[in-house]
Design a protein around this ligand. Structure first.
Ligand code: C5P
Length: 313
């Protein structure tokens, strides 16, 4: 876990918080979701191994139900394990307290254990490039309709069709400067489903990089079945995931099979990781101006964050 690096003359450390304290009610398993088996290991073990494989983390903090702290610590001895709270954001806040010396903090749901290393690399690279908040996102394949929130006699009624080209299905890890994440969580009401949503409410610009179909979220029994199939056959033939022509499904494949962020992934280069994203579905750059911050900010993203003592985490 030696990812700490010098970037533009500054030592930068990365902390990864893995919220894993949910009950996983929708999965219908007898144990909390992170402790459900995925192949020979639990979802939690697969998730932590994926984070470590990505090679970006100096510190990994896992947040679990209080009664499962000892169990989790045995499963993932590489991680710091802390108790979570009633809402996801309570759990994230418990994690933030445990990564207080990190310059960059990623929040990565345990429910996305198959997320490939490239996604972590793109997110970290974009934060290093000066974006205070970064999410991985995928174009949306389905046509989406807005419904009347007040059904009549239980019947839902469509009130609008949402323009699909401007929508992204957002995944984790979501990356932040520590300051941005702390600000985002300072006045949270406990209702947010992701951390970038809290950042948006604070007026913090949120930048999008390419996600990956393998970063799928395990919520329902169907999702678990797909994840177990992927674990059983980790390298499906080309085209099985997202229609990609790449030999590996983790090679930035998005929706129609073209990588919208072809040059993403250069960590530490200090450049926009998505500088000239290619066309997705013929529609041009899918991330043309998603939350870009000014050049001045890009040059000195840690101006207000001197190097800290990192020995305690
Ligand atoms: O409930 P949902 O699937 O959206 O949760 C996303 C992630 O947040 C999961 O990994 C879950 O374990 C975690 N979580 C948490 N504490 C909660 C609720 C959810 O750490 N109170």
């Amino acid at each position: 876990m030696a990812a700490r690096s010098v970037w533009r003359g500054l030592v930068v450390s990365v902390g990864v918080i893995i919220p894993a304290a949910g009950s996983g009610t929708r999965l219908g398993e007898p144990v909390p979701k992170a402790f459900v088996e995925l192949g020979a290991r639990t979802i939690l073990e697969v998730c932590v191994a994926g984070v470590l494989d990505a090679g970006v983390a100096d510190t990994v903090v896992v947040v679990v139900p209080a009664e499962l702290i000892d169990t989790a610590q045995r499963l993932v001895p590489e991680a710091v394990v802390v108790a979570g709270g009633a809402h996801r954001s309570d759990s994230v806040r418990a994690g933030i307290a445990a990564v207080r010396t990190a310059d960059i903090v990623l929040v990565h749901d345990a429910a996305r254990p198959l997320t490939p290393p490239g996604v972590f690399e793109r997110v970290v690279a974009a934060v290093r490039a000066g974006h205070p908040a970064v999410v991985p996102g995928l174009p949306v394949a389905d046509t989406l309709k807005r419904i009347d929130p007040h059904p009549v006699d239980g019947a839902e009624r469509v009130v609008a069709t949402v323009e699909r080209e401007v929508l992204r299905a957002v995944q984790t890890p979501q990356g932040f400067t520590r300051d941005a994440l702390q600000r985002a969580h300072a006045d949270d009401l406990g209702l947010a489903t992701d951390d970038a949503g809290l950042a948006e409410r604070c007026g913090i610009p949120v930048h999008v990089v390419a996600g990956d179909p393998l970063a799928l979220k395990i919520t329902t029994p169907w999702d678990l079945r797909i994840a177990r199939d992927v674990v059983a056959e980790p390298n499906p033939s080309a085209g099985d995931v997202g229609g990609s022509e790449e030999p590996s499904p983790s090679a930035g494949a998005v929706g129609g099979g073209e990588d919208p962020c072809p040059s993403a992934g250069a960590v530490g280069g200090g450049e926009d990781p998505c500088p000239s994203a290619g066309a997705v579905g013929g529609g041009g750059d899918p991330y043309p101006s998603a939350g870009r911050v000014g050049d001045e900010r890009s040059e000195e993203p840690y101006r207000d964050h001197p190097t800290h003592d990192r020995s305690s985490t």
